[in-house]
Design a protein around this ligand. Structure first.
Ligand code: ASP
Length: 589
């Protein structure tokens, strides 16, 4: 039978009691984690967010009978006295392992249905079930640890920015579209028929306006909304640590973020040696085939064309002659792969879009490669030499245009690094990628699209290219990469109105459209805009890395599935015809 809590208050959490508390009378409140019934003796583990305490019930048949009726996840109050455990029963793995509480009374505050999965043993459960019963999933230790670390991170962020002269300022959720390259979530206005607010893709325009307003340094831990095509590890709403700095340049932004990262890494007992490496985008693509390279595993991609220039190997020669390159990288220790494994690798490369993939190795000095005849031993030996492949290593090569070939090899590099366990989870490699291209060419629409967002400054040295060779113009945009994930991105902004108009023009945004979409911002720019710049940290991803989780869903209390569905609350869902009418929307329109 459930009993009221009454005036009972806990004296300690379930993680607090130690040998120093022996002899104290205590009240513990929490959930039944486990019950072990030994007949005349019953052990109950009582759990709350802070820990687990062992409760022992003995010598009192009524109490023992009451304890035997308890089931996992019942909510109970335990009154009792703290006793020292005998030396052989001490559990060094839990903070309360030196003691147990000998119960004098137990109150069942609430019973519980049998949960669809056990909270106590953390055996794997399908993600859909976890998300449907998120309240139970969040009771499990792993999720509680993740929530606690996320809280620590956000508190540290707030403390850090406060100490460094930043103001936390909220910006609207019901706003106007911000161009971050995704689709907007729209909210229909009831009072303005046919008009819509857009949920912010980021507070970009507002934070720039705050700089125009003279607020100097802004930050915000803020939800952003992007209606993007479904991708495994994206969330339609996610959290950014967003900031903007007046009179900023790259060094000022980087030297603001690096000490913050150092402090966040300290939360998990890790270091973040400063200054972080900086690498131009072009170099990242060339060496790692990615604009967010994982630097934990070496395996640089290099140009091996020189080895094949004289050879008769048709595929490689024609690639070189038509302006392409032979590029390759070495997989350390992979000379041992069987023929079947190598064939599978070639198949995998083809699935990624490669015309072909050539491997070569020289385990005992003798060269092996499917192209040994066609390319000749001299060329292959030279390629192995150039790439510094040792006898235990495997060289992988592909030919074609510089960028697509590098990107393809970059994908294979990561697949192989994972397979060979070369991405040490206890290593943390930070990197600034800088000098991104200003624009991306959209082949289907035969036009340029901004790479970061349209408020990003071009590099001063490339200003001349804007009207002559846009594809080559570089931006003052930067990303912070940690272990192959982009954890922050930002730029130095355009503060000059004429340049901003020119960029809109280059992006084929007409004056009319610019006025309609950003008119208020263009006008604000005319009233004394300080040079400024900023960045936004993807909080979910950063916390996931700190928690050692692969998916950001593991660090979000109530995430959506990859299909953008909230399985617990059952959202999205239909609404009543009346609600639709009020919003001036037609059902099933
Ligand atoms: N608003 C940008 C983003 O969400 C970040 C920035 O440029 O500060 O990616």
């Amino acid at each position: 039978m459930n009993q009221p809590l009454g005036t009972l208050a806990r004296t300690h959490t379930c993680g607090a009691l130690t040998a120093a508390d022996v002899g104290k009378d205590v009240v513990l409140l929490g959930w039944v984690h486990r019950v072990r019934d030994l007949g005349s003796l019953v052990f109950i583990d009582i759990r709350d967010r802070h820990g687990i305490t062992q409760v022992v019930v003995r010598d009192n048949p009524t109490l023992v009978a009451a304890a035997e009726r308890l089931r996992a996840e019942y909510v109970i109050a335990v009154l009792g006295r703290v006793e020292a455990r005998s030396a052989e029963t001490i559990n060094p793995k839990v903070s309360t392992g030196e003691i147990e509480v000998c119960a004098s009374a137990i109150r069942q505050l609430n019973d519980a249905k049998t949960p669809p999965f056990s909270i106590a043993d953390e055996s794997p459960v399908s993600e859909d079930t976890r998300l449907k019963y998120r309240y139970l999933d969040l009771r499990r230790s792993r999720m509680q640890q993740n929530m606690i670390l996320r809280h620590r991170v956000t508190m540290e962020v707030r403390k850090y920015f406060d100490e460094n002269g930043f103001l936390e300022i909220e910006t609207p959720m019901l706003a106007k579209s911000t161009p971050e390259g995704a689709r907007d979530y729209l909210v229909p206005s009831r009072v303005h028929p046919g008009e819509f607010y857009a949920l912010p893709q980021s507070p970009q325009i507002f934070k720039q306006i705050l700089m125009i307003s003279g607020l100097d340094r802004y930050f915000q831990i803020v939800k952003c909304f992007r209606d993007e095509d479904l991708r495994a590890d994206r969330q339609p709403e996610f959290t950014q640590v967003d900031l903007e700095i007046s009179f900023a340049n790259e060094d000022i932004v980087f030297s603001t973020i690096e000490p913050l990262m150092e402090r966040l890494m300290a939360l998990i007992g890790q270091k973040a040696p400063r200054p972080f490496l900086r690498m131009p985008y072009a170099e990242a693509i060339a060496k790692y085939g990615s604009d967010k390279p994982d630097l934990r595993c070496g395996m640089e991609i290099s140009d091996l064309s020189e080895a094949f220039r004289e050879s008769d190997f048709g595929v490689f020669r024609s690639a070189i002659e038509s302006g392409g390159e032979v590029r390759g990288f070495v997989v350390p220790g992979a000379a041992r792969y069987s023929r079947r494994e190598l064939d599978e690798l070639v198949e995998q490369a083809k699935q990624l879009g490669a015309g072909g993939l050539l491997w070569a190795r020289a385990p005992e000095g003798t060269i092996q490669s499917p192209a040994l005849k066609a390319a000749g031993e001299t060329a292959l030996r030279r390629a192995l030499e150039l790439s510094k492949a040792g006898p235990a290593d495997l060289l992988l090569m592909a030919a074609g245009k510089h960028e697509p070939t590098s990107k393809l090899l970059g994908q294979l590099r990561l697949i192989l690094a994972r397979r060979e366990n070369l991405l040490d989870p206890s290593k943390f490699a930070f990197l600034w990628v800088v000098d991104f291209p200003m624009f991306d060419w959209v082949e289907d629409e035969k036009r340029f699209e901004f790479m970061h967002h349209p408020f990003t400054s071009p590099l001063e040295s490339d200003a001349g290219l804007l009207e002559t060779d846009q594809g080559r113009a570089r931006a003052r945009a930067y990303d912070l990469v940690l272990n192959g994930s982009e954890i922050a991105g930002g730029s130095i902004r355009i503060h000059d109105q004429a340049l901003q108009r020119l960029i809109f023009k280059l992006l084929q945004i007409s004056d009319e459209e610019a006025k309609m979409r950003f008119g208020f911002f263009l006008e604000a720019l005319e009233y004394g805009t300080p040079p400024h710049g900023g960045i936004a940290i993807g909080l979910d991803r950063a916390v996931a890395i700190l928690c050692g989780e692969n998916s950001i869903r593991e660090v979000i209390a109530f995430p959506k599935t990859a299909q953008a569905v909230d399985l617990m609350a059952d959202a999205p869902s239909t609404v009543s015809p009346r609600q639709l009418r009020e919003l001036h929307l037609k059902p099933n329109a």
